[in-house]
Every structure is written in structure tokens, then in C-alpha cells.
Ligand binder design. Structure first.
Ligand SMILES: Cc1ncc(COP(=O)(O)O)c(C=O)c1O
Length: 435
């Protein structure tokens, strides 16, 4: 039952690439080690089928948005209903107001909401709000945290060797892509995460110039690294002390760690927070939500597709499903099964690993048996090469994982049977890799 053929994907990739840049929709759709991008045909629930007809239990959930699984009936029905009334107006609708109200009810920091279409855009807007509110220009960003692909945000992200980061208390700026404007980082201060001392030093060094501190409240995009106990509380205190706007980028964690996001899960409330991915169950929508005083600082917000009615319908349907009783308890139950199963497999096969699950978001990191502290620790000590071997084997065994990053995402359609089957498949993968 192992998958052995991806010829159709290869063919589609070769043909598309003649016209489609790199043969993909995003540079992250294919990793450097892959000869061709995987092309998918359809999905339902927690399952995906590729162009060759191979079936997968999926743990990427479309990089996050598919929290209700693929082709969810309720979301599809809400979208179909809205389509009859037109896909777009570029004007607010009654439903948009309802969605904003719902977000204010469930997200601790939310008193006002602004909608946009992608996480990158919403992160850019969050920077602007912090600057408008404080009248200051500089932003603190943490190493390894991802806040979208815009020039100013896409710094100190992917690297294979932590020596390129420079000194902990004065990291170099790493530009991740060709064409990135160097001057765009002039107002961004880079700091390692999970270290309150270096953070306060950076604030003091830039006396009264820091508008905002942005972070993934549980680092996830580049690798799963939870905050150390007391860290988020410590950052919150520093922001209060120095009049800095605390921004949680909840693009991944939002609606996934808990209905109210990481801020609900950890009990630490930022001033503003950014949402995207799961917010509209697979449709293009993002949002910035925050306290009235800060959101009303005068930063205007544009975007032809802001508040798009299709995404709004999908968003309302998604939140309605997530508000049903037992959703997050089920995530935790499946998560516990996954963590126990993987930990046992680690012992059985003599593989050092750390697995965790918080709500519907978790990870598996090889080479360590503890959570990594920051991205330097992750790059130096996690066995990313072994993970990548597992990633390719998982494809043969009918599981779709995220390349390099060890991310595990659940949807409401995963079942206990899926998790048992998954552990069984990892057992076979580990045995095969030991041969
Ligand atoms: C934490 C985080 N912020 C921002 C973004 C950017 O969102 P988008 O890809 O929708 O622009 C991502 C995307 O993966 C993300 O993980």
C-alpha cells in the first residue's frame, strides 16, 4: 500500500513550469530537495488526493487555513449561498459587521477589527497601527519568527547555520530573498526570542523609539518553539513599562490553539493581534484586531478585496463550527494520543524526539527531547536532516507533512483512527530509516 508513483505530478510540473514561474503558486510549494512540486487534485475532510490518485492523511491543512478539513459542507454551502448574491461589492455588508462582532466576543484583545486578505498585508497594517499610535518608527522582531513576505517583515527567517545570526545581543540582519531592499530593515530591531534580558537591552538601546514588538506567541512557522514559562508575561510587562504596542501575530495560532487563539491559551493579552489562515476556513481573509484606543489611531486601511463577502460567509460558517461544544477538547484528545504515540515510538526506535500539541497545532522535532528555546537552538540542535528523511518517507506512507519544519496541524475531521493509523505509519517509517 506504499505510494511509489508521482509521474502525473512530475508531468504537470514540467508542463506548467514553461509558463508558471517555478511551476508553483508560492515558493514554499516545492522545496529545494524536490525534483518537482506535488500537484494535488482534491481533498475531503482530513484527506488529500494528489494528481496521481495517491491518498494522504494530511497534517499541513493547506498551511493552516483548513481547520475544518477540506471541502467542508457547511463552509461550501455558505459560500454557494453568497455567490448567488454576488462574489464581491467593495462595500461593507451586514455579515461583515456580524463577523467583526463575533471576533470581538471570542478574542481577548479584540474591541475593533479591520479585515484584509492575507497575513502579510495584515502584519503590514499592524506595524502601521503601532507607529500611528505611538508616533515612533522602530519595531522589534524576533529571529525565526515569520510575519509575511514583505521587505520589512521577511528578516532573519530561514537559515541553515546559526552562526549567520551574529551576536545574541546584536544580531545581524538577514535578508531572506534576492531583491529585498536593505533600507527596509532600517527601522527593524532584531532580537532572539525567549530571552527577556536581551529584549530589555534592545529596548533601552533604542530609547523611546520602539513603537511595537511583534511575535508569534508560540513560534510555529519556521519550527515549533513554544514560549518559556513566564516569557509572554515578561514581554507584556516590558511593553507596559516602556509604552510599546505588543502585537501577537496569530496567523497560525489564531482559532487553532484555542478559539480565542494563543492569547486565550496562555492567558496573556496583546494590544493588537493579527489573524489569517484559519479565520475563513480556506478562503482569503485576514484581520487585525485590537483595543479601541490603539485601533482608532488614524491609520487608514485599504484593499479592494477587504471584507469580501465570500470570505466573510466562509468566516462566519467556520466560526460557527468552531464554537460548537467539544471542538477543542477533541483536538486536545487527539493531540495527546499523537504525543504519547510519538514519544513511545521514540523510545522503541531509540530516536530522540520532542512532540507536542496545543489545541490543533503541534509539532515533532528530532534530535532533542525538550522544546527548543529559540531558532538558534533549533538550527543547532534539532536534527532537521533526519526530519526531512521522515518527510519524504511519509509521502510514501500516505501522509502529507510540512517540509523541514516539523509542524503538525489537525482539523476537526481527523479521527482517533487517523491518529492510530498515523502512529502505525511512523513506526514503519522509523523502522525503514534504521535499515
Ligand atoms: C505567523 C505568520 N504570519 C504571517 C504569515 C503570512 O501570511 P500570508 O501567507 O497569508 O501572507 C504567515 C504565513 O505562513 C505566518 O505563518
Amino acid at each position: 500500500m506504499k505510494h511509489t508513483s508521482w509521474e502525473k505530478s512530475r508531468e504537470l510540473y514540467e508542463e506548467s513550469k514553461k509558463y508558471l514561474l517555478e511551476g508553483v503558486g508560492s515558493s514554499f510549494h516545492k522545496c529545494a530537495e524536490e525534483e518537482f512540486a506535488m500537484y494535488y487534485d482534491h481533498g475531503k475532510g482530513a484527506r488529500l488526493w494528489d494528481a496521481d490518485g495517491n491518498e494522504y492523511i494530511d497534517y499541513t491543512m493547506g498551511f493552516g487555513p483548513m481547520i475544518l478539513g477540506y471541502a467542508h459542507d457547511k463552509v461550501n454551502a455558505a459560500v454557494a449561498k453568497q455567490l448567488e448574491r454576488s462574489s464581491h461589492y467593495s462595500a461593507p455588508t451586514a455579515e461583515l459587521g456580524q463577523l467583526a462582532k463575533k471576533m470581538c466576543e471570542i478574542i481577548p484583545c479584540a474591541e475593533k477589527v479591520v479585515f484584509q486578505s492575507s497575513g502579510t498585508e495584515a502584519d503590514m497594517y499592524a506595524f502601521r497601527v503601532a507607529r500611528a499610535y505611538t508616533g515612533r518608527d522602530k519595531m522589534i522582531k524576533f529571529e525565526g519568527h515569520y510575519h509575511g513576505w514583505a521587505d520589512e517583515q521577511n528578516l532573519n527567517f530561514v537559515t541553515d547555520d546559526s552562526k549567520y545570526f551574529g551576536a545574541r545581543n546584536n544580531p545581524w540582519k538577514i535578508y531572506n530573498v534576492p531583491g529585498q531592499r536593505k533600507a527596509s530593515s532600517d527601522d527593524v530591531v532584531i532580537v532572539p526570542w525567549n530571552d527577556l534580558e536581551v529584549l530589555e537591552q534592545a529596548i533601552l538601546k533604542n530609547d523611546n523609539q520602539i513603537a511595537g514588538i511583534i511575535m508569534e506567541p508560540s513560534m510555529f512557522d519556521e519550527g515549533p518553539i513554544p514560549p518559556q514559562p513566564g516569557y509572554l508575561e515578561g514581554v507584556r510587562e516590558l511593553c507596559n513599562k516602556y509604552g510599546i504596542v505588543l502585537i501577537f501575530d496569530e496567523v497560525f495560532t489564531g482559532f487553532r490553539m484555542a478559539l480565542g487563539g494563543a492569547q486565550e491559551y496562555f492567558g496573556v493579552t496583546p494590544d493588537i493581534a493579527v489573524f489569517a489562515k484559519a479565520i475563513a476556513g480556506g478562503f482569503c481573509m485576514s484581520a487585525v484586531a485590537g483595543k479601541n484606543e490603539i485601533m482608532e489611531s488614524g491609520a487608514t486601511f485599504s484593499g479592494c478585496f477587504n471584507g469580501n463577502p465570500i470570505a466573510t460567509a466562509a468566516g462566519l460558517a467556520t466560526l460557527e463550527e468552531l464554537q460548537k461544544e467539544g471542538v477543542y477538547e477533541k483536538f486536545q484528545k487527539l493531540g495527546d494520543m499523537f504525543v504519547e504515540g510519538m514519544t513511545e515510538l521514540g523510545k522503541k526506535h531509540g530516536i530522540k524526539l520532542y512532540a507536542y500539541m496545543m489545541g490543533s497545532l503541534g509539532g515533532v522535532v528530532f534530535g532533542v527531547d525538550r522544546p527548543c528555546v529559540d531558532v538558534r537552538d533549533y538550527i543547532d540542535n534539532a536534527d532537521i536532516k533526519f526530519y526531512n528523511k521522515v518527510y519524504f518517507k511519509a509521502r510514501e506512507y500516505g501522509m502529507r507533512l510540512s517540509y523541514r519544519r516539523g509542524r503538525i496541524l489537525l482539523c476537526t475531521e481527523h479521527t482517533e483512527e487517523d491518529i492510530k493509523e498515523t502512529i502505525d505509519r511512523f513506526d514503519k517509517i522509523f523502522a525503514e530509516l534504521a535499515e
